[in-house]
Write a protein that binds this ligand. Structure first.
Ligand code: SAM
Ligand code: SF4
Length: 339
């Protein structure tokens, strides 16, 4: 039997939220929906079947879950993701609900988005209490961008980035790098982001795509990303922190991150826990199992009961990518889990 199904000991009944490898958690990711306006090939199936709406947690249920995580389990950062989180109606209102939890210990409310809906929503989100947003942009070439996102228009993302900036939201950019798709974008995308004055993070392609297209040779490792940049710029590593990205100083000033989940995983310091749109707890992106939180929630569980379920789920968390390198068989892929 694998370690994953034979957890040692029991989780502590009180105190910080910890797993059996003594990693404490303080970041919660809520996936609000599996729906998306893009069809990025590295994430989404070609013809997705969306989850039925009645299976999704309501915003009231998400708020209850967040409250338990914050008041009983020490979570102080929440990130909203998806699918495309802004495909769900009423997200600004939900951000406002979360904003009301700051006095209970919530310090930061963030979002990850493909940027397109921000033209309409950035100002409302900022007014409701959103602190910052990560926007995905894999290429600065309109045709390459279209190919990677299954028809997305680069201009609509650039307009979203402008809207987020005008609204005063903190911002980072994310780009997945895939050999054969956009490795030639590494230098131009970095130079463009430097010109815009927005931090950029490259992400190694992870074996979590819905279409089975991942192959080890399509991963462009951190070393190669940095070597390509170093041909044109001075690039200096900075000491690694608990952040998932390793940061580099480009031309002495600009901060560039690389999230090297495949070539240099950060699992040993992982401080995150995820709840899907249908209320399943995934303690790790690479976890083959989940724990159902929706059933107890809808069956009238007390906060004590929910705390017990969450502590158990997190305790069973595996070591991470190193333990499961390669595809993980499970009922959910990246667009459902939220990256
Ligand atoms: N729709 C939003 C967006 O694209 O930013 C939020 C959800 S998306 C699943 C979150 C992040 O996961 C994005 O930055 C996306 O590029 C990344 N992602 C999706 N599939 C991936 C994969 N197979 N490998 C690495 N990153 C991936
Ligand atoms: Fe949609 Fe984001 Fe997945 Fe692209 S990466 S398909 S934008 S959820």
């Amino acid at each position: 039997m694998s370690e994953l199904v034979t957890p040692q000991g029991f989780p502590p009944a009180t105190g910080p939220l910890v797993d059996r490898f003594e990693r404490s958690k303080h970041k919660l990711r809520l996936s609000l929906t599996d729906r998306c306006n893009f069809r990025c090939h590295y994430c989404m199936p070609e013809d997705p079947e969306w989850l039925p709406r009645e299976q999704l947690l309501s915003f009231e249920e998400f708020e209850r879950v967040s409250r338990v995580f914050i008041t009983r389990l020490g979570i102080d950062r929440i990130r909203l993701t998806g699918g495309e989180p802004l495909m769900r109606r009423g997200v600004s209102g939900f951000v406002g609900q979360l904003n009301g939890l700051r006095e209970l210990g919530l310090e930061r409310i963030s979002m990850t988005s493909n940027g397109v809906p921000l033209r309409r929503h950035a100002a409302d989100l900022a007014a409701a209490g959103l602190d910052d947003i990560n926007i995905s942009i894999d290429s600065i070439d309109p045709e390459r961008f279209r190919r990677m996102t299954g028809g997305g228009e680069l201009d609509t993302v650039l307009a979203g980035i402008r809207a987020a900036r005008n609204a005063g939201l903190g911002m980072k950019l994310n780009a997945v790098v895939i050999r054969g798709d956009n490795e030639d974008d590494i230098v131009p995308l970095t130079e463009w982001a430097m010109g815009e004055g927005v931090p950029l993070r490259f992400i190694e392609f992870m074996p979590l795509d819905a279409r089975g297209g991942w192959q080890p040779q399509r991963v462009v490792p951190e070393r190669e990303i940095i070597d390509r940049l170093a041909e044109r710029h001075s690039v200096e590593a900075t000491p690694r922190t608990r952040e998932p990205a390793t940061y580099y100083r480009v031309d002495g000033a600009y901060s560039l991150g690389v999230i090297s989940t495949v070539s240099n995983p950060f699992c040993a310091t992982c401080d995150r826990v995820r709840v899907t749109a249908t209320g399943e707890i995934y303690p790790c992106l690479f976890s083959p199992m989940n724990t159902d939180l929706k059933t107890p929630l809808r069956d009238g569980a007390s906060d004590d009961d929910l705390e017990h379920v969450i502590r158990g789920a997190v305790w069973r968390k595996g070591k991470g990518f190193a333990e499961s390198a390669g595809y993980v068989q499970r009922a959910i892929t990246m667009h459902g889990l939220g990256g």
